[in-house]
Design a protein. Sequence first.
Length: 392
Amino acid sequence: MSDVIYMDNNATTRVADEVREAMAPYLAKAYGNPSSVHTFGGRIAHDVDRARQQVADLLGCDPTEVVFTSCGTESDNTAIRSALAVYPARRHVVTSRVEHPAVRNLALRLARGEGVLPRYRHTELPVNSDGTLDLPDVGNALDDDTAVCSIMWANNETGVVFPVERIGAMCRETGVLFHTDAVQAVGKIPMTLADLPIDMLSVSGHKLHAPKGIGALYVRRGCRFSPWLIGGHQEAERRGGTEAVAQIVALGAAAELAGRRIDEERTRVVALRDRLERELLARCPDARVNGTTASRLPNTTNISFEYIEGESILLMLDEYGICASSGSACTTGSLEPSHVLRAMGVPYTAAHGSVRFSLSVENTDADVDKVIEVLPPIIKRLRELSPFGREE
Ligand code: PLP
C-alpha cells in the first residue's frame, strides 16, 4: 500500500507510528484493569490519567472535563441525549442542515418521535450557498423550550468552519446548552475551551492519527450531565464500561502529536491544499470550489467538476492509487448528492461531480504534483464520454 497517495483524511487517518508504539504495551503485557485494587492493574490508571491530560492539553481544558468514549458518534449522541435528560421539560432541539449523520439522524429521529424518546420540535438551520450559517437565524431559533443547540465546528465535506464562539455566546444568553461536533476541527484548529462558551464538544480519535474505536466528549465543569451508558463508576460516573486502555493511551499520544503538528497544518498543509486547488481550477474548465474559502479547515477542498460523476472520477483516480472521496452519498449505496451540497443549493450537475480532497501532514509536494498531473486528463476523458457533456 506504500504507493498510495492518501487524500481522504477527513474519512480516517493513518495511525501514526508514535501512537502505535505508545499503545502497543497495553495490548501485550500491560493488560490490567485500571479499576483493580492490585498494583498491576491500578498503575494503569495513571496511564489513563496521563492520556486524559494530553487530550485536555490539546483542547485547552481541565482533564476532569474529558470523558473517553468509543467514537465521535457516541460523543455526539451522548451530548444530545444528556441535554434532553437534564432538561426533561424542554422539547426543542436546534441543529444545522449540514451536520454529520451522528447528529442529524438523531435529531431527525427525535423530530419523528422514533425510539424510546418522546417527540421533539426540531429546528434545522439552513446554510447559504457558501455553506455558512446566518447568525441571526441561530438567535431566532433559540427559545426557553430549547434543550440543546448542536452545531458542528467544521464541516467534514467542505471544511467550512462555523463561528462556534458566537453561537455559544447566543446559547449562553438564552440559557441553552451548546454542543459542538468538533470531530474535524480538533488537531487542525487551535482551541482553548476554557475561554469559550461551549458546554460539550465531541472528538474522534481516528481523525487525528489514533486508531478507530476511541473518542472523547468534553463536558464543561458545571455543565449538567446525564450519562448515556449506565454501568460501573468509570469516567467519574459519566460513562460506564471498562476503559479501553490501549485506545485511550493512543488518543493521548495522538493528541500530543497533533498539538506539536498544528502549526504545520496551518502552514505547510494549507499551502499544499491551496496549490492543489489553484492548479486544478486553472487546468480544468467548469470546476468550482464548494464552500466558502474565507473560513475553512486547512486541509480540505471540495471541488465540483460539472457534467460528470464524482464516483467515476474517484474510480479513475483509484487506478493511480489516489484516494479521495465524493459528495455523493455513496455510503448509502445511492448516487444522490450529499445532504451538505444539497443544503448549500449546489446545482445538480455540479453536486454530482464533486470530489473532496482532505490532506494531512503526511502529504507531500510530490503527492500534489501527481494529482495535478493525472486529474485534468481524467476530467477531459470523462467529459468526452459523458451523456451530459458540455456543448462545446
Ligand atoms: N462528526 C463528524 C463531523 C465526522 O466527520 C465524523 C466522521 O466522519 C463523525 C462525527 C463520526 O465520528 P466516528 O467515525 O468516530 O464515529
